[in-house]
Write a protein that binds this ligand. Structure first.
Ligand SMILES: [Zn+2]
Length: 80
């Protein structure tokens, strides 16, 4: 039983049909969730929550990320 407009539950571009590709490591903080920076060379490091992932260390994978990942898996398989 669907409350969606007729036919739209088969629309692959509709938000409710968008595939969940999972999460990937945040490229900005490398999965740490925090960025470290030092205002002066060899000085103390400051820790700042990463804006890109809001401190979670992961961001949602896009379809492109997923296809890249899939491609890399295929390459792994070919090498064996
Ligand atoms: Zn991050």
């Amino acid at each position: 039983m669907s409350n969606l407009p007729t036919g739209s539950d088969n629309d692959l571009n509709a938000p409710w049909n968008e595939q969940d590709y999972g999460d990937k490591e945040c490229p900005d903080c490398l999965g740490d969730g925090y960025l470290y920076y030092s205002p002066i060379e060899d000085g103390d490091y400051y820790k700042e929550e990463c804006d890109n992932c809001d401190g979670t260390g992961t961001i949602p994978m896009t379809k492109e990320d997923y296809l890249d990942w899939l491609e890399s898996k295929k390459e792994d398989f070919r090498e064996k």
